[in-house]
Design a protein around this ligand. Sequence first.
Ligand SMILES: [Fe+2]
Ligand SMILES: [Fe+2]
Length: 345
Amino acid sequence: MAPAAAHRTASVDGAVPEADTAVYEAVFNAAVAADERIEPRDWMPDAYRSTLVRQIAQHAHSEIIGMQPEANWISRAPSLRRKAILMAKVQDEAGHGLYLYSAVETLGVSREELLDKLHTGRQKYSSIFNYPTLTWADVGAIGWLVDGAAITNQVPLCRCSYGPYARAMVRVCKEESFHQRQGYELLLALSQGTPEQHAMAQDAVDRWWWPSLMMFGPPDDESAHSAQSMAWKIKRHSNDELRQRFIDICVPQAKSLNLTLPDPDLRWNEERGHYDFGPIDWAEFREVIKGNGPCNEQRISQRRKAHDEGAWVREAAAAYAAKHNGATGAAVEPSADTADMNGKA
Ligand SMILES: [Fe+2]
Ligand SMILES: [Fe+2]
């Protein structure tokens, strides 16, 4: 085995003799520089691991908290078709949470611990989900703008240096693209409807536009983690770069929707080859992050309630697993039906 390969994977219990750390670190850096994927059993710096845990956990939490604002409208969807689409979308978000919690677990943190940190406010979720969904048009605005911003953020994550995160993102992005289109199509239907429906679509876009721009995080010069994350190739583009990309995509789409974006400073800048835009209210962003957004308390208390009410499901699943693993709890081959579910049959 070549020395580099020998130092790529830590021993089974993850321990590396201290004297060798510098060698392992050099091999890790070389792998990142060569655009190779870092895998769960590979040696990695503690700070790389903790950065990934923080970022993927926050992402996972956002997926499941993000189910709430839209689930609010499932029972009031205006047609069976819209209801079926919205249910599928909200269910997709639960699936995204599942892939992402699984990705964090590969870094040695249990799902129980992650959920506990979410429920006690020690880990965050995206500030966007602390805004209320006041009308049916909000479902469209969320799909078009919130899922649209998520795609802009997540497509580059398909090339993230950490393998399990990158692979989870491939499927997530395909589903997000469906979410974005259903939102756009919903807004288009409203925009082309009665004057009241058009006004409802416009009002939703007016309320969701600025919070969507905040989803890319603080400006680059105030972003604490950006530079290191880019050096590790966890992130590939800066917050400001992605925000600009999103704005450039949305302006012509808003025109096609016959809706306006609520920013009087929005205009094409020939020299930059991008749209200029007005100042973002970062004070509002910080307040929402601090827990003072319109729905922070409601979201977390709803999440805790759902977790408590699901206790019997977890107990039943654990009892089922114990029964099938035998008294010793030893791992067994998956049965034919679970293998099927994993797509490995
Ligand atoms: Fe999602
Ligand atoms: Fe989505």
